[in-house]
Design a protein around this ligand. Structure first.
Ligand SMILES: O=C(O)c1cc(C(=O)O)oc(=O)c1
Length: 321
């Protein structure tokens, strides 16, 4: 399959940017056992058709391509998050998880009528959470009573809820989110407007949300989405997206045991450039400046959430596929 292809008779959304081919090998050496805790697979469309209700059609981004990226960047494992272009059909995700062996876990999208049997099958494949998406350009809103039903079904499995929303929506959703009894993981720091002050009221509300709810975690991800002034993670740039750094670093330093990092590969819906994932990895020490913070962010936290009860042994070289 060629890079940037969309198979199965689908047509990419006009202006779609394909993931960066041939990423740099990072200069930052990831700690042993590091987890890319936010990435996706798209199709391939010919094998895993995109959902009729999708808001965009991507280029294919297969599990094999994800595993090649994992190996090149130096990650041990992935957390693969169901992308909205696949709706609630988790087949591409489950296929990727099964092929990764114990080296991947997943976050699925399910509907309120999901059965116990379906959840058990997802669990067996490696799914450990469900994603609730509130970003209007990506999905139609699901009523909160449906989401509450889903929470009641997944909680007994020990799963958590991943939430994706924009900063402007946090005031309205604050009480609903705070009432979720399972662990909750916020995608991309709740998408702050990074032209605002990290000490101002908007990001202050997000920090308060984390302080008041010890079950809430956040991914310090997607600087390439949030950045306004860059510079871009391309051509070996070692100071990429410096306008996002104060926000991410703030969260990592205050909540070192509730943060996760991921590439966001293959970076859906970027409009002006596609980052080099190797250069993105090189940005990690600027948000987690010490080896201790880096180990918690990249190894201890994702392993506690996604591989609980197992300890990673850096001396074991082959961990599944
Ligand atoms: O901001 C986005 O466009 C985006 C989309 C998706 C998805 O379509 O699932 O996932 C993400 O993490 C981010």
């Amino acid at each position: 399959m060629a890079h940037g292809e969309t198979t199965g008779g689908f047509e990419k959304t006009p202006g779609w940017l394909d993931w960066y081919d041939g990423p740099a090998t990072p200069t930052f050496r990831l700690p042993a056992g590091a987890v890319d805790a936010h990435c996706h697979v798209f199709g391939p469309g010919a094998q895993f058709p995109y959902a009729p209700e999708r808001k965009y059609t991507p280029c294919d981004a297969s599990a094999d391509e994800l595993f090649a990226l994992r190996d090149q960047l130096g990650f041990t494992s992935n957390v693969i998050v169901q992308a909205t272009c696949h709706g609630a059909d988790n087949s591409a995700l489950v296929d990727a998880l099964r092929r990764a062996g114990d080296r991947a876990r997943g976050v699925a999208t399910v509907r309120r009528d999901v059965t116990e049997q379906e959840l058990a099958e997802l669990h067996d494949a490696g799914v450990r959470g469900v994603r609730f998406n509130f970003v209007k350009r990506l999905v139609d809103r699901v009523p909160t009573d449906a989401l509450e039903e889903i929470v009641a079904k997944i909680a007994p499995l020990g799963w958590h809820v991943v939430i994706y929303f924009e900063a402007d929506d946090l005031p309205e959703l604050y009480d609903f989110f705070s009432a979720i009894p399972t662990d909750v993981v916020v995608d991309h720091m709740g998408r702050p407007d990074v032209t605002k002050d990290p000490d101002g009221p908007e990001f202050g509300l997000f920090l308060r949300f984390l302080r008041e709810n010890p079950n809430v975690w956040t991914k310090v991800t997607c600087p390439e989405r949030l950045s306004v002034t860059g510079p871009r993670a391309l051509d070996g740039e070692q100071d990429a997206y410096r306008d996002v750094v104060p926000f991410a670093r703030r969260v990592v330093e205050e909540f070192p045991d509730r943060v996760l990092w991921g590439t966001d590969w293959p970076h859906p819906n970027l409009k002006d450039h596609m980052p080099d994932d190797g250069v993105l990895v090189d940005g990690i020490p600027r948000i987690a400046p010490t080896p201790d913070l880096q180990r918690r962010l990249l190894v201890d936290n994702p392993r506690r959430l996604y591989w609980p009860g197992t300890s990673f042994d850096p001396s074991a070289s082959s961990e599944g596929a």
